[in-house]
Design a protein around this ligand. Sequence first.
Ligand code: OSB
Ligand code: MG
Length: 369
Amino acid sequence: MIIERVDLYHLRMPLVSAFETSFGRIQSRHCLLLVVRSGDLLGYGECAADRLPGYSYETTGTAWHILAEFIVPMILGKDLSNPADIHRFTAHVRGHPLAKAGLELALWDLFGKLEGRALVEMLGGQRRQVEVGVSVGLQASPQRLVHVVGDYLDQGYRRIKIKIKPGRDVKDALAVRRAFPDIRLQVDANSAYTLETAVRLKPMDDLGLLLIEQPLAEDDLWDHSRLQAELSTPVCLDESILSARHARQALEMGACRVINIKPGRVGGLSQAVEIHDLCSSRGVPVWCGGMLETGVGRAANLALASLPGFSLPGDISASDRYYKEDITYQRFVLNPDSTITVPSGPGLGVNIDPAALKSYTLNRLTLPG
Ligand code: OSB
Ligand code: MG
């Protein structure tokens, strides 16, 4: 299939409530929407880079640059036979997985529509509903956190993740655990500790947590292996795992016992499936992380999370946890059993609301120009 045209949109989506992590607080989520065209068919993809380089060095600005100047020109006019083909054409673009993943996703949507197949089927997904949880940002106080967590539990979420940082860790987690002794609870530090400061996390071991996510620096597999040796709670890696090779090395080193798979962070769904397969073959549980996606990225995460190795609930909450209005007509809702239904239409199975898209667009570029 020949890619004739690619449109980039820089979006700013207001969040229903501010989201705070160890690297910062945001009121609006920036991202890029990619639209690829072949004949009459359009494929949509989301690049999950944010405005600030807090989670990743990539930003909406760097992704725009690398896509417009390098990646998109490398595939325009090329005949692709599957979505992962873009990695052949862009093999000499170092890094920038979030940018590559956005384009790969648009191609999955395009090929799905061409073949009349849903993404879940193309990836080998096996569930119609996937178990989900909610990721709760840092709050003003532990009491406030308990209140916010209680609200999400009332809405039906059965797995809670709380964000932590030095000074806001054991007390916060203990307050939630005391208020809700039986819930499935996990924490995410987004790299806020060093091996030295992580001694503060030792008491977490007594809270019956599912996992402790990314306590140390993203480029530090080795110290994660030393920390994991000190903890009985599984360490889960997010930022550190950018490829199947990293995943294998982390597991061989004992740097983690669980992996958070985000299609964006690992350069796309094809590599996400590879990591899933590797972990499945070694009996390592994985779950699907989130990046506050719009309906476009959310649809993809749901399809991915339906693969059999995703044995822990994903950070794939209902649309209303993030946005009052989305760029897709489809809104994802929480079923009473803390699951969300995987879309079943061709490709991503979502349709773009042009008026909503227009109202959140800050900048747009058509290639070739
Ligand atoms: O570390 O998992 C993370 C959001 C943006 C960037 C990084 C992370 C997150 C979340 C939110 O935790 C997950 C979601 O609900 O989309
Ligand atoms: Mg994380």
